[in-house]
Design a protein around this ligand. Structure first.
Ligand code: FAD
Length: 283
């Protein structure tokens, strides 16, 4: 009988076969796993184990056959350790975990991201295009400066090929307009009254601003956001490290993607996050 390697909550070893510089302090890692990757929903994630250092959650940016694509920003010890790896090195992968985005074909997708939040959105955009959706797809990305825009070239190419409409902005005006993605998004919502759905991942403060603004527009049929900016340890619902109040939802299994109805009830959303000790601190 064939042993099932993935989905057993234990890391399986994968070989890093390609590393690319994506943007400032961010790299793409292509990891070869010993078996074909089953269908993954955009928004789902894996736990990445760097032996001897740490294990941490990373969203799935893409996959093909048994090759997994991860986009990783260098933040602290664990992510620095993976940046020090070379092609041919081994890392552990556990997963796939969590609930992803639920794409609705009846509404215009408005996809908004920033920072490493762009990784699940890359897979979402890819999956929407691959399924043959032929309506407008709007992508809004913002960063401090051009060199920090993740997947900028890829998104620009899709825009040039008329597969998406790319709204790009930076704090310093080095790419796109100067300002925040909320500016173009709100303009779009004011000028169009067709039914649309918001899909977002990125800094929670940004998402909370988008949520509070977008819920006032009746043609926004749903708002789906990935609360991936949160501390997580086990990834499969046992430890409670990622619980959000007051419903006690666990971001790893009940999320990380939540819909508008759930987000409305999560009082911690955009306000508090948990430290590794479980204590809460203001975001
Ligand atoms: C569902 C999910 C998906 C994610 N997807 C991506 C992704 O696609 N690309 C990417 O670059 N990053 C992603 N992250 C964030 C990534 O997990 C953290 O940046 C990483 O854990 C930092 O670890 P570190 O050891 O380098 O930093 P540390 O020095 O340990 O910590 C720096 C900061 O990173 C965060 N962090 C640390 N450990 C964890 C942990 N176990 N879980 C969550 N956050 C932690 C904390 O906010 C902490 O303050 C995701 C997080 C979650 C929860």
């Amino acid at each position: 009988m064939k042993t099932k390697l993935l989905f057993n909550n234990q890391p399986i070893m994968g070989k890093i076969i390609k590393i690319e510089n994506e943007c400032e302090d961010t790299k793409n890692f292509f990891v070869e796993l010993p078996e074909k990757i089953p269908k993954v929903k955009a928004g789902q994630f894996v736990m990445v184990w760097v032996p001897g250092v740490d294990e941490f959650p990373i969203g799935v940016a893409g996959y093909k056959g048994n090759i997994l694509e991860l986009g990783i920003a260098k933040v602290g010890e664990g992510t620095t350790a993976i940046f020090n790896k070379e092609e041919g090195d081994l890392i552990g992968i556990r997963g796939f975990y969590g609930k992803g985005f639920a794409f609705r074909t009846d509404s215009i997708p408005l996809i908004i991201g920033g920072g490493f939040g762009m990784t699940p959105l890359k897979l979402l955009i890819q999956q929407i295009i691959e399924r043959g959706y032929n309506g407008e797809i709007h992508v809004f990305e913002g960063a401090r400066t051009k060199s920090r825009l993740m997947y900028y070239n890829w998104l620009q190419e899709l825009h040039d090929e008329r597969k998406i409409i790319f709204h790009v902005c930076t704090d310093d005006g080095s790419a796109g307009y100067k300002g925040f993605p909320t500016v173009d998004l709100e303009k779009f919502l004011q000028e169009n009254d067709k039914s649309c759905v918001i899909y977002s991942a990125g800094p929670e403060k940004m998402m909370k601003i988008i949520f509070d603004m977008a819920k006032n527009y009746p043609h926004v049929k749903d708002i789906q956001m990935s609360l991936a900016d949160r501390y997580m340890r086990c990834g499969y619902g046992l430890c409670g490290s990622c619980v959000v109040d007051p419903l006690g939802l666990r971001v790893c299994v009940d999320g990380p993607v939540f819909n508008a109805e759930q987000l409305e009830k999560i009082e911690d959303f955009g306000k508090y996050k948990r430290l590794p000790s479980g204590a809460k601190e203001l975001i």
